[in-house]
Write a protein that binds this ligand. Sequence first.
Ligand code: KG4
Ligand code: ZN
Length: 335
Amino acid sequence: MIILGIETSCDDTAVAVLNEKGKILSNVLSSQDEFHRDFGGIVPEIASRKHAELIGYVLKEALNLSSKTLKDIDIVSVTYGPGLVGSLLVGVEAAKAISFSLNIPLVGVNHLEGHIYSLFLEDSPLYQTSNPFPLLILIVSGGHTELVLMKQHLSYQLIGKTRDDAVGEALDKFARALGYSYPGGPAIERLGSKGDPHFYRFPRLNFKGSPYEFSYSGLKTAGIYYLNQHKNEIEKHISDIAASFEEALTDILVQRTLRAAKDFNVKAIGVVGGVSANKRLREKFAKKSAMDVYFPGPNFSMDNAAMIAMAGAMRYKAGQTSDLRLDAVSRLKLA
Ligand code: KG4
Ligand code: ZN
């Protein structure tokens, strides 16, 4: 069984080809960073136009690299939400056209479910692990910060989420205030790796009675306020400031996740989404967690189409396919 995965929920145009075991035959991604850089963030209108321009080329490249042709594809899997609606539509319409013309099943996938299934791809420690459940998942991306309990495949119970900004959003805005363009996470990581994480103590908010909830708006504001108040120190201490911000941000994630893991008595923890690439976060989990904590393989934390193909294969095996009425859903929920 050969699965084609398509991902266009944000600013990356991505197509991958997988076999049913999660072995990646090709994984192509065209980044639009250069088209959005000057605007300080992603411009939805530019993103959807670029997806429409690029999707055909990216598809062709993914097929070539996998040494497959369209005729070899058995299932087409596509992200239909959450994300920018104009961007999602390009992927969804492309997938529907492929499904209709080849007369093959179409599977709509939630982008967050895709991130979760990055843990089950080839090269991931959970690859072909039959029963890692109950598994606690921490989703940390540009738009989401959520704790999700999985008692079995394709089943999700929301345990906690952010009340305001996502963790990636706080990182991106703080990085922007320091003069770094989107995505800001890698820039903060690079700077922070050389700095003193205890240089300044940024706030770590806790909510009484809601131990699994997050808030990153306060930390973001505290970070930007600090920069405005200490303009003369920035140049000399930029690495220390970045490290301190990263330290607060990751402390909160690890503390909430380990608390939930204990309370829900899970077997293991999985951390997914763009921010799961962060080295400080990975090291902190390794140091503080008594149980196994799994991360996506190299390059699979950030958006990609291999994870969408993997989630699509799982849904297909469970008999959950879509039809040609599939539509983009900008605020699609996971659980
Ligand atoms: O999952 P993703 O690629 O896209 C969304 O679905 O949002 O996540 C993007 C987010 C951005 O906020 C970016 O700054 C962050 O992931 N990110 C990182 C790192 N690489 C990407 N944050 C911290 N450390 C990194 N190494
Ligand atoms: Zn994502």
